[in-house]
Design a protein around this ligand. Structure first.
Ligand code: ZN
Length: 522
């Protein structure tokens, strides 16, 4: 064997280590707890056993590690090898532990020095010929490893996502042989950043990232204005309107009105994408997720194979639920916890873990089962009872948590013809006003208006006497519910912030009342 000479040289300097420990990490929510990969080599009948891993994983991993070592011109020992991954109760799916196991075998057989393993972490699935393959769900582990101040060795194929961490201690290798040479001090592995740069930019072209623009939506001024207010105060919004009113068009344009993610937020979003087995991108554009109404609870909250669900993929972005009344009741139930706390809690293997899920909820529904209630051409055939039953499906705690309810009408031909010829305002122009209003809120109260508590509403959303009179009329005459009172004040605050006014005026209160359509209907 090619390596025989230097192996025996190493052995002469130092007696064989019979147990070696290699550090790696398992995925657990967005956390990545440390896993110790212990490799024991003892005398006796040749055997290769693994403890603390599921049987199917063990079978495949053993085969890959053995073949990779041999095909890389390294020694696979003939004694009894036992690999123990601890703690035992962490999920250890996938091939990420191939490299740490192989490195442990190199150390326990004296092919590399035990000393070389200190202050290092290892990740990566091996192919039978010793190449390091792209390994899924790595990003949270890379973040934690870099944070712990260790050198992290990972597959070159994962270099692009590693560049998101932006840390010089992340090193990439193409194959096991390279890792072995690096641990022997013969070669220096390149940093992920330098390798990632060569592989091209990690993000999509800027134009593609910006998403659809508000300038493309003709008319629908009420909807656009509601969307701007929702963006400025991070208010949840329910749009009620017939098919073709542009509900989806508007919802898709909300991320483009929101401030871009900062680097830490972008890394968090990318980590959640990584845990879904996708190749994350370094975009600062906020996520937009629109699960179908047939989505299961598991698809929404995550779980299964430790994957985040739709609610977490919408973290720091927008969750759009079209056809809200069509969602199953238990699916809508699971939205309540994250809407309050911003996290989803899950349990697996008796361990509880959480995924962040702080999203802005945008929902849409038809005014009645057929969609045409209130249609001037009288197309709606629904009975009063059918309409009531349809609307009842969304009543209760979930809708209680949505600040804005806005009614949208279908665009009539007349309206389209009369449309002013000038181009509608662009997303970028609206985003400037939104950003300014958000700055004001954060300076005044350290949070956005949607998150104000009742005590804070009293403190920050005071209204003048004539506004109170107006609000009193609205409550009695329009049938505005008492529970909507606080919501109106918060919305009025956002309207005033958008105008750059420290005072909430009558017109702000009047506008806020129009954003509580369901209160009037109920
Ligand atoms: Zn109808």
């Amino acid at each position: 064997m090619a390596t025989h000479k230097d192996v025996s040289a190493d052995r002469q300097r130092k007696p064989r280590v019979l147990v070696s420990t290699v550090l790696s990490r398992a995925p657990l929510g967005l956390a990545a707890p440390l896993v110790r990969v212990e490799v024991h080599l003892g005398p006796g009948i040749p055997a290769f056993a693994m403890v603390g891993l599921p049987e199917a994983v063990v079978r495949e991993s053993k085969e890959r590690v053995r073949s990779a070592l041999i095909n890389s011109g390294l020694e696979f020992p003939s004694g009894r090898i036992t690999v123990n991954l601890s703690p035992a109760d962490l999920p250890k799916e996938g091939g990420r532990f191939d490299l740490p196991i192989a490195v442990g075998i190199l150390a326990v057989t004296g092919q590399v020095r035990e000393h070389a393993l200190i202050h290092r972490e290892f990740y990566g699935e091996l192919s039978l010929d010793g190449e390091l393959r792209e390994t899924s769900k790595l990003l949270p582990a890379l973040v934690e490893g870099a944070r712990a101040g260790r050198e992290v060795i990972l597959p070159l194929a994962n270099a692009l996502e590693a560049t998101l961490v932006g840390h010089a201690s992340l090193k990439v290798a193409e194959n096991l042989r390279q890792v072995c040479d690096a641990l022997r001090g013969r070669v220096a592995l390149p940093t992920a950043a330098s390798a990632g740069d060569r592989a091209g930019p990690v993000s999509q072209p800027a134009a593609a990232k910006q998403g659809p623009d508000l300038a493309e939506v003709q008319g629908q001024f009420a909807g656009k204005r509601a969307l701007e207010i929702a963006a400025a105060g991070e208010h949840g919004m329910l749009m009620i309107g017939p098919p073709g009113a542009g509900k989806t068009l508007l919802a898709q344009r909300l991320p483009g009105l929101l401030p871009p993610l900062d680097p830490a937020q972008a890394l968090e979003v990318a980590s959640l994408e990584s845990l879904c087995g996708r190749r994350p991108h370094a975009g600062t554009h906020r996520p937009f997720r629109s699960p179908q109404h047939t989505a299961s609870v598991a698809a929404l909250i995550g779980g299964g194979a430790m994957r985040p669900g739709e609610l977490s993929l919408a973290h720091l972005g927008v969750l759009f639920l079209d056809e809200l009344p069509e969602f199953a009741r238990n699916a809508l139930e699971v939205l309540r916890e994250p809407l309050e706390s911003g996290v989803v809690n899950l349990t697996r293997l008796k361990r509880s873990y959480e995924f962040p899920a702080r999203f802005q909820l945008i929902a849409a529904m038809n005014p009645c089962p057929c969609g045409y209630a209130g249609d001037p051409r009288g197309r709606c055939q629904c009975t009063e009872e059918q309409v009531a039953r349809y609307r009842n499906r969304i009543s209760g705690p979930l809708v209680d948590r949505i600040d804005i309810h806005v009614e949208l009408s279908a665009l009539s031909v007349q309206h389209l013809v009369n449309e002013a010829p000038e181009r509608p305002e662009s997303s970028a122009a609206v985003a400037l006003r939104v950003a300014a209003a958000r700055r004001v809120q954060l300076q005044r109260q350290g949070k956005l208006n949607a998150r104000l508590t009742p005590t804070e509403i009293t403190r920050y959303c005071g209204i003048t006497r004539d506004s109170r009179v107006l609000l009193g009329i609205a409550i009695s005459r329009l049938g505005l519910s008492a529970r909507g009172y606080h919501r109106v004040l918060k919305l009025a605050r956002t309207c005033a912030d958008l105008r750059g006014d420290t005072e909430i005026r009558r017109m702000d209160v009047a506008e806020a009342v129009t954003l509580r359509a369901l209160d009037r209907i109920a």
